[in-house]
Design a protein around this ligand. Structure first.
Ligand code: SDX
Length: 435
């Protein structure tokens, strides 16, 4: 009868240890008993970038990278994108179940009640240069909300956490829209409670002098699908950041700001902006082979391709292609799409990408849709941060409820000089006004 254990023998001592295997893992702390002598600290694991380390137990999102599977609370992403609204999916991620009709109505009203920003926030935004990057403004403004809601520090109170969660989900579209309006030199547009989550966001972005903004239904639905696809993705870099900062019991506004800062990197959520800049740099289909050669020579990365977990097609990229078709029927075909399709075709037939299992990820096509909708590339990662705020908060709440979790504080392998001393004849510094 096979036992669910790992038996290891330490060659330094010839001692054998039997470690229990739980959910395909062994507990790293089990290694600490493996010592060379009584003074020895014991063994650790060394895992740069956490390539093979589970940092938590979570029931929110499941990914199978080899099969290209993504499920939120067990529901396939394809079904949620087709049959749910973004706020329904947000409720699911936060509460573990889809809302009943009554729960949804209550949830929608609660979120709508928190779309306004404290007026001082507008003055805060005025401090940014006209050409400030929207992600810098978004991160800073979310962090500034921690000064408006000091009670948010009471992170151990579940009811207080829930109040801040609703506030953040209600306010991040308003902050995002205000950063956009600031960068265009346009007056801010207040939220309109008659509109749904994405419709109101579009209202705050694009209403000009018309008394009432009417979002194009196809665009509003496409944006809602994009929000659903970007809502969560288990322990990605920015969610890991949310958990690490949250583990010190920092308030959720500062934790979300930190997570958004992590998302802004071009290897993560900043990739959608980088894809558009890459396509602009390539310029024409004729230039694609030369660009691919530079990628294969290791000089450039093919932005929007590859993934730490997906070694198959990112299921979100397939759905985004569907959304792109819907949007382009309204806006007209974005010429960048033909370039992207040609780039994908060439790459998927090339041994360099096949061998490394590099497929288009969620960022490869999303920017092309956003551009067709009228967004400038520097807004793309802000559009990623809005829905991902739900995922960050769901993981934060799960962390705060996890009795096993403590402040995140990894170890290291020290490679520096072990000990040395200053010259014995060097005098002590005396108290003085001089430096
Ligand atoms: C997101 O984690 C998530 O879940 C993230 C995300 C989410 O929803 O939160 O899915 C969102 O961040 C998607 C990824 C967006 N980033 C990009 O599109 C940037 C381009 N992609 C790469 O930088 C890269 O693929 C990563 C960062 C996404 C993943 O990198 P890994 O897992 O660390 O892989 P690696 O860098 O070790 O690459 C393995 C090999 C290397 O080649 P060799 O050294 O073996 O010769 O593949 C090569 C890499 O050079 N490679 C690429 C490549 N990605 C990997 N080569 C060219 N172009 C690329 N895009």
């Amino acid at each position: 009868m096979k036992a669910n254990v790992l038996t290891v023998t330490d060659g330094r001592t010839d001692k054998t240890y039997v470690l229990p295997i739980d959910a395909g893992t062994i507990r790293a702390m089990e290694l600490r008993q493996m010592k060379e002598g009584a003074e020895d600290f014991g063994l650790m694991t060394y895992d740069p970038a956490f390539m093979n380390t589970a940092s938590c137990k979570s029931s929110i999102t499941y990914i199978d990278g080899d099969k290209g599977i993504l499920r939120y609370r067990g529901y396939p992403i394809e079904e949620l994108a087709e049959k749910c609204t973004f706020l329904e999916v947000a409720y699911l991620l936060l509460n573990g179940e889809l809302p009943t009709d009554n729960q949804l109505k209550e949830w929608q009203n609660e979120v709508k009640h928190h779309t306004m920003l404290h007026e001082t926030t507008k003055k805060f935004l005025e401090g940014f240069r006209y050409d400030a990057h929207p992600m810098g403004m978004f991160v800073s403004t979310v962090a500034a909300l921690s000064t408006v809601y000091p009670e948010a520090r009471n992170v151990l109170d579940a009811e207080n956490r829930r109040r801040q969660i609703v506030r953040l989900i209600g306010k991040v579209p308003t902050i995002a829209a205000y950063t956009y309006r600031h960068s265009k030199g346009l007056p801010y547009v207040y939220p309109d409670d008659d509109l749904n989550y994405t419709g109101n966001f579009m209202n705050m972005l694009w209403r000009m002098v018309e008394p009432k903004y009417a979002a194009h239904p196809v665009m509003a639905r496409a944006l809602s699908v994009l929000f659903i696809l970007h809502a969560d993705h288990e322990q990605n870099c920015s969610t890991n950041t949310m958990r690490a900062v949250g583990s010190s019991q920092a308030d959720p506004y500062l934790s979300v700001a930190a997570a958004a800062a992590a998302l802004s990197g071009p290897l993560h959520g900043g990739a959608n902006e980088a894809v558009l800049r890459m396509l602009d740099q390539i310029g024409t289909k004729e230039n694609i082979p030369a660009y691919i050669e530079q990628v294969k020579a290791g000089k450039l990365k093919l932005m929007g391709f590859g993934h730490r977990v997906y070694k198959n097609y990112d299921p979100r990229a397939r759905i985004i292609k569907w959304a792109a078709d819907q949007v382009f029927r309204v806006t007209g075909r974005n010429p960048r799409l033909d370039m992207a399709l040609e780039l994908e075709k060439i790459a998927l037939e090339d041994e360099y990408f096949i061998k490394r299992k590099l497929y288009p990820n969620v960022d490869f096509y999303s920017g092309i849709i956003y551009q067709a909708m009228g967004f400038s590339p520097d807004m793309f990662t802000v559009l990623f941060a809005i829905p991902r705020t739900v995922g960050w908060l769901a993981h934060w709440d799960e962390l705060m409820r996890d009795t096993e979790q403590k402040i995140a504080r990894p170890r290291q392998i020290y490679t520096g000089v072990m000990e040395r001393h200053l010259p014995a004849n060097r005098p002590a510094i005396q108290a003085s006004a001089a430096v």
